[in-house]
Design a protein around this ligand. Structure first.
Ligand SMILES: C[S@@+](CC[C@H](N)C(=O)[O-])C[C@H]1O[C@@H](n2cnc3c(N)ncnc32)[C@H](O)[C@@H]1O
Length: 356
């Protein structure tokens, strides 16, 4: 695969990631605006950055992206009811919502929920979580090119009236866990598999997205579980959406030759060992075919919940550009380091120019 090459002029300013990071002296944003001649063509100086990690809430940061600038959103948001990723959760959000006179069946907009101390993924009800995700991707439509795609990885959750929330580790293992009482009733019953990916996919269809694939990521090794009355969950979903066009059929960039041999919608792939304290990292072999098939060379990938930045790193390695958002300062700093190393390895000079 072609990678960015360095022109002699640029080589003169080439620094190590550490040197460049020190020069930037910024932790909340690591823009690496570059240049010039690449194997993929000419990138106008200042018009685009090859890679950038922005620290903050994706719901705010998405509003700062230019219209129709993104070719592919590839991401994995926090799954429902599992981890807090170091964020503080208020236990009183539902009570506060009901105090406003609104029933729990009406979902508060994410802005209100977050202001009240809510955390994405730890909504009291799956319906609130699904609506918040759909709200986010509807906001994202403005920044998507008409030829763009969204690939989203989601796992499912079993309902438990006393749920276990972990700070970082996989559910059931290693990490300290907190208990939270989750409201039950209706289909929210102990032992219920919630079908969150399906609920989300249907809500997205109703919000004007076209679902093109529900790819099953089958994991050959999964940890043992204590339950003896059900099988172990050993797959997750990767949903491929494209935006519905104002008229006519959806047309989007797609190179099927870049997908796995056999082009089937079940991919067997081991989980990637967590790196840098993050345990939900993308296996690079799984995301590379998604990036190559759905993002044109030189195109821009956005991962709004980027964790350690695996998708951004893969984009750079494959000759695409990447922007990541991350709310945790620890993970954002890791993603920045990983991005800097990837740019360095790809021969892209760092910090030729700092963005305002
Ligand atoms: C499932 S993990 C993604 C891991 C990533 N795919 C990787 O390979 O490292 C979800 C990430 O979203 C981040 N996150 C949660 N809420 C967020 C928000 N509102 N805005 C931005 N990032 C958020 C979490 O801190 C976590 O790192």
């Amino acid at each position: 695969m072609s990678q960015p090459t360095v022109s002699p002029a640029a080589e003169a300013t080439h620094r190590t990631p550490d040197e460049a990071g020190m020069k930037c002296g910024r932790t909340s944003c690591y823009p690496c605006v570059v240049m010039i001649e690449t194997a993929l063509g000419r990138v106008e100086e200042g018009s685009a950055s090859w890679g950038e990690i922005r620290h903050g809430d994706a719901f705010d940061l998405i509003n700062m992206m230019p219209d129709e600038s993104v070719d592919l959103v590839l991401t994995s948001p926090p799954y429902w009811g599992q981890r807090c990723y170091g964020q503080e959760l208020s236990e009183h959000v539902l009570k506060r919502w009901e105090e406003t006179g609104c029933p729990a069946s009406r979902v508060p907009p994410y802005g209100w929920y977050h202001e009240a101390g809510g955390v994405l993924g730890l909504e009291p009800y799956p319906s609130w979580y699904v609506d918040h995700l759909v709200e986010f991707f509807n906001r994202a439509r403005r920044i998507l090119k008409p030829s763009s795609s969204l690939w989203l990885n989601l796992g499912d959750t079993y309902f438990a009236r006393w749920g276990s929330i972990r700070d970082h580790g996989r559910q059931g293992y290693r990490d300290e866990r907190q208990r939270r009482r989750t409201p039950s009733g209706g289909y929210l019953q102990d032992k219920q598999l919630l079908l969150i990916p399906a609920r989300f996919a249907i809500a997205m269809q109703e919000a004007g997205w076209i679902l093109r694939n529900d790819l099953i990521w089958a994991k050959p090794q999964v940890m043992p579980r204590p339950e003896s009355d059900r099988l172990r969950l050993s797959h997750e979903h990767w949903l491929h959406f494209v935006p519905r066009q104002p008229r006519g059929r959806a047309r989007y960039y797609y190179d099927i030759n870049a997908c796995e041999e056999g082009t089937r919608d079940v991919v067997i792939c081991p989980t990637a060992p967590g790196s840098d304290g993050h345990t939900a990292t993308f296996p690079p072999e799984l995301i590379r075919p998604r990036i190559m098939s759905a993002c044109p060379p030189g195109g821009l990938l956005l991962d709004p919940f980027c964790g350690t930045g695996r998708a951004i790193v893969a984009a750079i390695q494959l000759g695409r550009r990447g922007v990541g958002f991350e709310v945790s300062d620890v993970h954002a700093a890791t993603a920045q380091r990983n991005l800097a190393a990837a740019l360095f390895e790809a021969g892209v000079p760092l910090c030729l120019e700092l963005q305002a």
